[in-house]
Design a protein around this ligand. Structure first.
Ligand SMILES: *[C@@H]1O[C@H](CO)[C@@H](O)[C@H](O)[C@H]1NC(C)=O
Ligand SMILES: *[C@@H]1O[C@H](CO)[C@@H](O)[C@H](O)[C@H]1NC(C)=O
Ligand SMILES: *[C@@H]1O[C@H](CO)[C@@H](O)[C@H](O)[C@H]1NC(C)=O
Ligand SMILES: *[C@@H]1O[C@H](CO)[C@@H](O)[C@H](O)[C@H]1NC(C)=O
Ligand SMILES: *[C@@H]1O[C@H](CO)[C@@H](O)[C@H](O)[C@H]1NC(C)=O
Ligand SMILES: *[C@@H]1O[C@H](CO)[C@@H](O)[C@H](O)[C@H]1NC(C)=O
Length: 203
């Protein structure tokens, strides 16, 4: 029994490691939509949060002239087309090309979780990320097939969640107004968070 479980876990780990997200869409900007006029219509900009690490800042909240939103890509794989629901979209990596002096690195969006907050930070670092999707209205979502609000927790059908907020966040010395993700169904514990949606607009 035990060895069968270990073997099947190994099989899952191997197939996940083999999934390559290298089929890249046309470039686009990410636009924030919100009932709060302070943020509605602003673009997201990859902002420095550490060596080779970028967060997603709201352009309108940064000081500096001529700032425009960053260009992003969406990387997909044939793996993401399995059981695809086109209404909520194919899952893949949101990517940002970090340009160094003598190198370029395509980094994948990933969520950085805190053990002491329900607000998670989107960061671009490394080549492995958190799977996201764009629905039929080009809205960014994260999908899950486990819903622990209803027993039994396993559902098996992917549902899209849109738990995006704009919040004052802190990471390794940097405080900005960034995009953030709230884990679970409750309100963000960070009182600066304002509900937003994120829309893909092709360039
Ligand atoms: C995204 O796809 C491009 C084109 O295949 C590839 O060069 C890049 O490394 C990929 N990025 C990630 C994070 O997988
Ligand atoms: C947000 O912006 C969009 C387009 O830029 C506009 O259609 C919408 O009315 C705005 N919403 C609010 C609440 O201002
Ligand atoms: C919009 O967001 C800003 C920044 O968090 C906040 O100061 C302001 O009160 C909000 N406006 C409304 C109408 O909620
Ligand atoms: C890449 O995406 C295009 C457009 O959706 C599709 O036609 C093609 O089959 C995909 N290729 C792979 C290897 O997934
Ligand atoms: C990095 O990417 C840019 C734009 O795609 C390109 O112009 C530049 O030559 C690349 N630099 C390197 C070191 O590959
Ligand atoms: C999965 O969730 C959907 C939407 O809430 C629900 O309609 C469906 O019955 C659930 N399926 C299972 C197996 O729990």
């Amino acid at each position: 029994m035990k060895s069968t479980l270990v073997a099947s876990l190994l099989a899952i780990a191997t197939s996940t490691a083999l999934a390559q997200y290298t089929n890249q869409t046309a470039p686009f900007n990410l636009v924030v939509l919100s009932k709060n006029e302070t943020y509605n219509g602003t673009t997201l900009l990859a902002c420095h949060e550490g060596a080779g690490i970028e967060g997603l800042c709201l352009t309108s909240t940064l000081t500096g002239t001529g700032l425009t939103g960053s260009t992003f890509n969406f990387n997909t794989s044939t793996y993401g087309q399995y059981n695809l629901n086109p209404a909520i979209g194919e899952q893949g990596y949101l990517t940002y090309l970090l340009r160094g002096g003598n190198f370029n690195e395509s980094e994948a969006f990933s969520l950085y979780y805190s053990a002491t907050s329900n607000v998670a930070l989107p960061l671009f670092e490394g080549t492995q990320g958190t799977l996201v999707a764009f629905d039929e209205h080009n809205l960014l979502n994260i999908q899950g097939y486990v819903d622990d609000r209803l027993p039994p927790p396993y559902n098996g059908t992917f549902t899209a969640y849109y738990r995006w907020y704009a919040c004052q966040t802190y990471f390794t010395g940097y405080t900005y107004t960034t995009l953030a993700w709230v884990t679970g169904k409750y309100h963000p514990q960070n009182p600066t968070c304002e509900k937003v949606k994120v829309k893909r607009v092709f360039i």
